[in-house]
Design a protein around this ligand. Structure first.
Ligand code: NA7
Length: 542
């Protein structure tokens, strides 16, 4: 199936995959099974994607470990033993390296290779990608596996480069150990990442100052090691477990409670919420009363419950009030899962600065200046997040048929078909792309669905001699409208967050957009399967 090289130094593959994270690794495995020639280009110096980059202290799963690993190989499932219910980053990175070695995937992965542009050639129906080094490669098909949270963003503040101490964005954490002993440390940002960092380093540092712009509703992770007996149970029930995960909206073990908040007595409600608060993982968010994320009254009542917990756990009432969100209800932004996060603020060496009240003005040579004080630090940690979901696409110059830029096409929000294709960009597939169910999902589960669907499509093209496929503008418009309709009535989409495309650190990212499929993974899977079963309805295959 290989085409002849265009120029002697330009290699031509059946498929090029951008990214060697969870999605890229699995896509390579599947396409190799099909007998295609595949090359993966990866920016990092090794495989792992998210788990390669996010080495910051405290980085770990919020999904149960045994629901997160790949499901495609029973031998892999049986051989790999997760050590904790919610495993930490080093173990996950070891796991992904194990997968790459076990299935001999490395020989098709080229690391230290950032893709700077991807251009569709109408004459040959091929994609040409260029690396930062100037090297170019060609392929019939282009598959982006670039992750929804891989374009890290720094605050647009004066003086960032002036700081003379150590400073890190959490996503760019160094491979070498970082010593916190006796240091005066600042953390900017209190999202899921900031929370994990803060609770982990609070006992290690000399002094910690947390700069919080928006508090988040955080609930206990309740992590613990996996016992031998639990390990046996897990390994003995993987088929049943994965069958269950296919039925829940987010592919977690947790499923929405069918009862409404006001259908039970106050005592029953409190008891149910107390139980959820003590249970491990996202159950409190994903397995709450069914109306918690759609009925503002139900949402407010549960938010009050969590606020009471925060007040119980934080000794200084003024600090507790600062930590309680006032502008959004529980679960309308990504819920950080915590382990003694709130107790960190009871330590004498930890203080909290409300930068909505006293905004950051600049970074100085020795620390941070807000509107009312100057602080001196040895280290500044930027837990300031990502240009989410579409940001990684913006950082590659993607040009489709007729030279159209993806950046221009998506300037007012993404337009896609199934969150996997965009009209005018033939032969390109976007795993975990915008409008896809995967970013509201226990992500490897939705990645496997995306990859399997893409693999079936490429098998179909191979078997039928198809060299070009493309979604139609009509199918794309229908899907994009469907995405908007599903979002109606969701409290989640009425709040500023990375999930609604807001990022104060990126020009133009100040308008809320619907970036995610809100209908749940089972419905999304059905839609994708129906398209395939109808001979790829909504697409033109030539
Ligand atoms: P998030 O959730 O986007 O959090 C970023 C945090 O940084 C958040 O508290 C922001 O405040 C804060 N931030 C961002 N820019 C600034 C500036 N310029 N000044 C002050 N504070 C700022 O990113 P995370 O890395 O924590 O989590 C991303 C996802 O990764 C997470 O949901 C998991 O799924 C894994 P804001 O809320 O915008 O006021």
């Amino acid at each position: 199936m290989l085409d002849a090289p265009i120029a002697s130094q330009t290699k031509v593959y059946d498929a090029i995959i951008i990214g060697a994270g969870i999605a890229g690794i699995y896509q390579l495995y599947r396409l190799r099974e099909l007998g295609l020639s595949v090359r993966v280009f990866e920016t990092g110096s090794d495989v792992g994607g998210t788990w390669y980059w996010n080495r910051y202290p405290g980085a770990r799963f919020d999904s149960e470990s045994y629901t997160y690993g790949y499901s495609f190989s029973e031998e892999l499932l049986q051989d790999w033993s997760w050590s904790e219910h919610f495993s930490a980053q080093p173990e996950t990175l070891r796991y992904l390296n194990h997968v790459a070695d076990r299935f001999d995937l490395r020989r098709d992965i080229q690391c230290n290779s950032r893709v700077s542009s991807a251009t569709f050639d109408d004459a040959t129906n091929q994609w040409e990608i260029a690396l930062d080094t100037g090297e170019t490669h060609r392929a019939r098909f282009l598959i982006t596996a670039i992750g929804p949270l891989s374009a890290d963003t720094m605050p647009r503040l004066a003086g960032v480069a002036d700081f003379k101490g150590q400073s890190f964005h959490t996503y760019r954490w160094p491979k070498e150990p970082v010593d916190f002993t006796g240091k005066r440390v600042a953390v900017i940002g209190t999202g899921a990442t900031g929370v994990q960092v803060i609770q982990t380093i609070a006992p290690l540092v000399g002094h910690l100052t947390v700069f919080q712009r928006t508090p988040n509703w955080c609930t206990p992770l309740n992590n613990r090691p996996i016992s031998d007996e639990e390990q046996r149970q897990i390994k003995g029930s993987y088929p049943e477990l994965f069958a269950l995960l296919r039925t829940t909206p987010g592919c977690y073990v947790h499923n929405v409670d069918p009862r409404g908040t006001f259908e039970v007595t106050e005592a029953e409600r409190e008891a149910f919420w107390e139980q959820r608060y003590l249970e491990p993982g996202f159950g409190i968010w994903q397995a709450n009363f069914h109306d918690m994320l759609t009925d503002p009254k139900a949402n407010a009542l549960f938010s009050d419950f969590v606020a009471r917990k925060i007040r119980q756990r934080v000794t200084d009432p003024a600090v507790a009030e600062m930590l309680i969100p006032k502008c959004h209800g529980f679960g309308t932004r990504r819920v950080p899962q915590e382990t003694r996060y709130y107790e960190a603020f009871n330590q004498p060496n930890v203080n909290l600065v409300d930068i909505k009240a006293t905004p950051l003005e600049r970074i100085t040579e020795t620390g941070i200046k807000t509107s009312d004080a100057s602080y001196e630090f040895d280290m500044i940690i930027y837990a300031t997040g990502f240009d989410a979901i579409t940001g990684a696409f913006s950082r590659i110059e993607v040009r489709g048929a007729g030279g159209q830029r993806l950046k221009d096409k998506w300037a007012d929000g993404p337009k896609t078909f199934l969150g996997l294709q965009s009209a005018g960009f033939p032969n390109m597939l976007t795993i975990v792309g915008p409008h896809n169910a995967s970013t509201r999902c226990n992500i490897p589960r939705c990645i496997e669905q995306n990859v399997d669907w893409v693999t079936d499509l490429l098998r179909h093209t191979r078997d039928n001699g198809i060299t070009r496929f493309e979604t139609t503008p009509e199918a794309e418009a229908d899907w994009t409208r469907h995405i908007d309709e599903l979002a109606e009535g969701m409290l989640y989409t009425q709040i500023d967050s990375w999930a609604t495309g807001i990022n104060s650190n990126v020009e133009g990212k100040n308008v809320r957009r619907i970036l995610q499929y809100q209908g749940g993974a089972p419905a999304y899977r059905e839609k994708c399967d129906a398209v395939a079963a109808a001979g790829y309805a909504g697409m033109v295959l030539e």
